[in-house]
Design a protein around this ligand. Sequence first.
Ligand code: ZN
Length: 429
Amino acid sequence: MRTTSFLMAFSLLAFSSFSQKTIAIKCGHLIDPKTGSDQTNMVILVKGNIVESVTSAASFKQKTDSAIDLSGYYVLPGLIDCHTHVLLQGDITSEDYDVQLLKESIPYRTLRASRSAKIAVENGFTTIRDLETEGAMYADVDVKRAINNHVIPGPRMQVATRSINTVGHYPISPKDYAWELDLPKGVQLVNGADEARRAVREQISYGADWIKIYADRGYYRLPDGSYRSRPNFTKEEITAIGEETISSGKKLAAHAVTRDGILAAIEAGASTIEHGFGMDDECINLMVKKGVYWCPTIYVCDYVAEGRAKAGSPINKYFMQTLPALFKKAMNAGVKIAYGTDIGGYSWDEPQAKDFSYMVQYGMSNLQALQSATTVAAQLMDMEGKIGEIKTGSFADIIAVKADPLKDIKVLEQVKWVMKDGAVVSRQF
Ligand SMILES: [Zn+2]
């Protein structure tokens, strides 16, 4: 115990003295996602973990403790992924999922999560909203704490802990095992409004920043091409969850794929709709009216579509056929679309920046796609002005790429340099 507290005191002391230091970052190009401006030869002055000033190189005179030369690079704010799973290492098949829940201890999964967190920040995602641990209980709170205490590298995190669904309605395994076995569950299962309320209170007491629900399951396509699903909660249950979440000052994220889940979740007060591949016009209108965000998680849908179709479930393939038109319609209607990948649902060794290309292909400008992972995502996380922008007072979360992302969005798949909280965490040159 004594050793631990000594080390903690030492690291805090080391950090606080480090935090006073100043760094001048010389930027060849500085991209502002808010305005789309590209300014050349700029200097970002970082003090501790905060941006102190942004000025032209010509007018910058201040002496600093150190300097970083990014004059050959395009510099922009750290990216934000609003839908990740650091505790999950890909669950394309139910066997992948079962191995993690049934053969890996939560400590082992947490060690793997520390690798996921390192990958996220090296990918240029300096902030993530991690949307449930899939059976690893509250280990996301520990990962977040370890990052904040500089024990491991990783992005700043908002976490959802266990997620909530109703008994018998979690769409994925462990399932089809002998019924007398009491197996760990991928989510916290509740029955009735009282249990639902209790789950929210429990999760918040252990550190949940968000409450996540699975609003629907069993997605299917009707002959007219529209989609439906089965809602997981009674009105009393989902209302209790929404009320308890909002009255505790937290926000509700809903895995909701068609109108049956989406409308119920929005009515209960959800701030974000996850996936939403089968939403209809009524959902779009309500999302615009209430300012609800959509995290479309496109790459993961495409990634699993073929394999699942071969295994007898073609629904993701249908979604991929209708998603381009739906995306365009939602965007033109004014739905706030925030960048979210669901990485962890697919391997952390796969790209995290692939969704940008899909968004551009589906009609966004490069700037709009970049905004989805910076200014828009910052609003979703209630951190507007602190992340997703490089300006006086914002956190020093900064990345550099070799070419102009406003011309070629794919350069975001190869982030060359990352600073998070004023510390360089990745340098690939
Ligand atoms: Zn997910």
